[in-house]
Design a protein around this ligand. Structure first.
Ligand code: NAP
Length: 400
């Protein structure tokens, strides 16, 4: 089982970081951690998607850091480099101790591969990368002896629970899920929920895409696939349970019946700091959890009728090959369509299931094959979005 080790950078030196997705929720929190521990971290460079001003503002406290925009949405200020190739070159910088992949969705695959092929340690928050190309990404890590450390709170929890344990003793991984804003909503209300309702996550503040994924529970499906690749555990031994308080971030069940869990406040800066610092803890990153204030910890089974996306993703993971890449691409398109008002909330999961089941073909043997599966998923999902919004317009209907 490829459980990441827990070593840091050379003692006494600062950890040199390249950050992909610097203007997003993960990126901003990572920069906050680095700014608070300047004696521990140095920002070598930062990559953003399209927003130049936001990127320059984010890196302002780190003079000297190189700044790259993948596809600028407007004029490019002086000093900002441009292009996906430049972002990949930055991710492969031999001086980097760790490359944090914290944004970009499927587009983060290229800088991740560039970093791994250069033997850099990768701290990964962007689930989409392992979902679409888990086999290739983990093979590249093995080939180049590069570590992949988890940042997602659930996978960080599992990583922490596994430290010092014999991998042979692991019986099951148990991922917890908050259940999002619709855990108890009437099914019809949920189906026609507004963007605002879907973005009102009860415990975590995150970017819009992952927040909608939490509301459909697609994010938990993506996390199951991510856990499979990060920890090398078969799908039938990765369970999901709803835990509304979001205090227990995940657990590992061992062969003797013991369960070890990790708890903490729902603040991504804790797992970000742990991964950036190579598994070594920094004092005072987040306030400690006050168990008496949490009061109680509830757990319940996932309602499969309410959250079909979880099963769709699990099945895609079990099918393997191109299926997870198709699923991921269809989901990115469907979530964007929902956020743009083109489809109903309930249609996200339907559309992703339809696209994923319509694909057949050999497993991708290289990145070109992964990108072809991604393109299939995107194109097919766009067609379905267009058909559904066309039907709605023809019926004179408005989205609720
Ligand atoms: N937020 C969380 O608490 C959380 C927790 C667990 C896991 N995750 C995962 O972490 C990832 C990032 O989530 P987020 O919430 O931080 O997203 P977000 O707030 O939407 O931020 C996305 C970031 O990616 C950048 N980006 C867009 N296109 C890019 C490209 N082609 N190449 C490189 N960067 C690009 C964006 O730049 P622009 O601003 O210029 O568009 C922005 O900096 C997602 O995969 C999510 O599932 C997030």
């Amino acid at each position: 089982m490829p459980v990441p080790s827990a070593r840091g950078g050379p003692a006494g030196t600062r950890v040199r970081v390249v950050l992909v997705g610097a203007t997003g929720s993960i990126g901003v929190q990572a920069l906050d951690v680095m700014a608070r521990y300047p004696e521990h971290f140095e920002l070598l460079g930062a990559v953003g998607g399209s927003r130049a001003e936001a990127l320059l503002q984010a890196v302002a406290p780190f003079p000297g850091a190189r700044v790259v925009l993948v596809s600028p949405s407007g004029p490019v200020p002086q000093g900002v480099l441009v292009g996906g190739d430049v972002a990949c070159a930055l991710a492969a910088d031999p001086r980097a101790d760790v490359v944090l992949i914290g944004g970009g969705g499927a587009a983060a695959l290229m800088p991740t591969m560039a970093a791994l092929e250069a033997g850099r340690r990768v701290a990964i928050a962007t689930q989409e990368v392992l979902v679409m190309a888990g086999e290739l990404v983990t093979a590249a890590a093995r080939r180049h002896r590069a570590e992949i450390l988890p940042v997602d709170s659930e996978h960080s929890a599992i990583w922490q629970c596994l430290r010092g344990e014999d991998p042979k003793d692991v019986a099951r991984l148990v991922l917890t899920a908050s259940g999002g804003p619709f855990r108890e909503a009437p099914l019809e209300t949920m189906r026609r929920a507004s963007v605002e309702q879907a973005l009102a996550h009860p415990s975590w503040r995150m970017g819009p895409k992952v927040t909608v994924d939490s509301a459909t529970m697609m994010n938990k499906g993506l996390e199951v696939i991510e856990a499979h690749f990060l920890f090398g555990i078969p799908y039938e031994r990765i369970a999901v349970v709803i835990h509304p308080q979001s205090a227990l971030h995940s657990a590992v069940e061992f062969c003797d019946g013991t369960m070890v869990a990790q708890l903490g406040v729902p603040d991504m800066r804790a797992p970000i700091a742990l991964a950036l610092n190579g598994g070594r803890r920094l004092p005072g990153v987040v306030p400690p959890l006050d168990l008496a204030k949490v009061g109680r910890l509830d757990f319940q089974e996932v309602d499969a009728e309410r959250f079909p996306a979880l099963q769709t993703a699990r099945e895609a993971g079990i099918r393997g090959g191109a299926a997870p890449a198709v699923l991921n691409a269809a989901n990115e398109v469907a979530v964007a369509a929902f956020l743009a008002g083109a489809i109903d909330f309930g249609e996200i999961s339907e559309l992703v299931a339809e696209v994923t089941s319509s694909h057949s073909g050999p497993p991708p043997s290289d990145l070109t094959g992964v990108l072809a599966a991604d393109a299939f998923g995107r194109d097919r999902a766009q067609e379905l979005v267009a058909a559904r919004s066309g039907r709605r317009l023809a019926a004179g209907g408005q989205r609720a």
